[in-house]
Design a protein around this ligand. Structure first.
Ligand SMILES: *Cc1c(COP(=O)(O)O)cnc(C)c1O
Length: 214
């Protein structure tokens, strides 16, 4: 199946109003252009320099930084990414804000699992959101999570439900937590059922990635 066909397959099942971020990490610019030709606008990258390089190579895409961002790499991302998905320290939010000519949209990364290194613990997410909402130069928009890995997409359901309930509690408290970035290739339909407003889908659009070389 072509990239266009796979995109069409995901879109056919995606409710209106949910943003599809096509996760293009490790994929060449040609694949991104192919997706754009099929009408895809939003792309996700999780290595800062890769986002910088692809933003220079591919014009007209809307970029999302979905990885865990080190402070010394903020400079590669600000001004290029419309949304930084996984902000988990006040220092990181401040660094993003300092470098932003216009406010950069951010999501608070929420950590539910010991397997995941980034993100703030779920029980601290709202306190953390209260601290970053006032940081100059950033615009807090919502929450994101990556549930602990599982072969069973349904296993993610309780985490998606909890992220949605944390966001709802935050909105009740006046925090602008309108976006919920959750769901990947294997579990995005489950995330949508639990209120995802942004899904991040990579391999289901671009095919399996080669193993990461570190
Ligand atoms: C790679 C990645 C995705 C996409 O994963 P797929 O399983 O290929 O859909 C989504 N979110 C984050 C944070 C990622 O790093």
């Amino acid at each position: 199946m072509s990239i266009a066909d796979k995109l069409a397959q995901v879109r056919a099942a995606l409710p209106a109003g949910v943003t599809l971020v096509a996760v293009s990490k490790t994929r060449p610019a040609a694949d991104i252009r192919e997706a754009m030709a099929a009408g895809q606008l939003d792309f996700g990258e999780n290595y800062a320099q890769e986002l910088r390089d692809k933003a220079a190579e591919v014009e007209g895409a809307r970029w999302h930084f979905i990885g865990s961002l080190q402070r010394n790499k903020v400079k590669y991302v600000v001004g290029r990414a419309a949304l930084v998905h996984d902000v988990d320290s006040v220092e990181l939010a401040e660094e993003i804000g300092k470098r932003s000519a216009t406010p950069t949209g951010i999501l608070v990364g929420v950590n539910f699992g010991e397997a995941q290194k980034s993100g703030v613990p779920a029980r601290e997410a709202l306190d953390f959101a209260r601290r970053v909402v006032g940081v100059p130069g950033v615009a807090l928009r919502g929450l994101m999570c990556i549930p602990p890995p599982s072969d069973d997409p349904q296993a993610a359901a309780p985490y998606f439900a909890e992220l949605a309930s944390i966001a709802a509690a935050g909105r009740d408290a006046g925090l602008p937590l309108h976006e919920l970035s959750m769901g990947m290739s294997h579990d995005w339909p489950v995330a949508v059922r639990h209120g995802a407003t942004i899904v991040r889908v990579g391999s289901a659009i671009f095919g399996a990635r080669p193993p990461k070389i570190t």
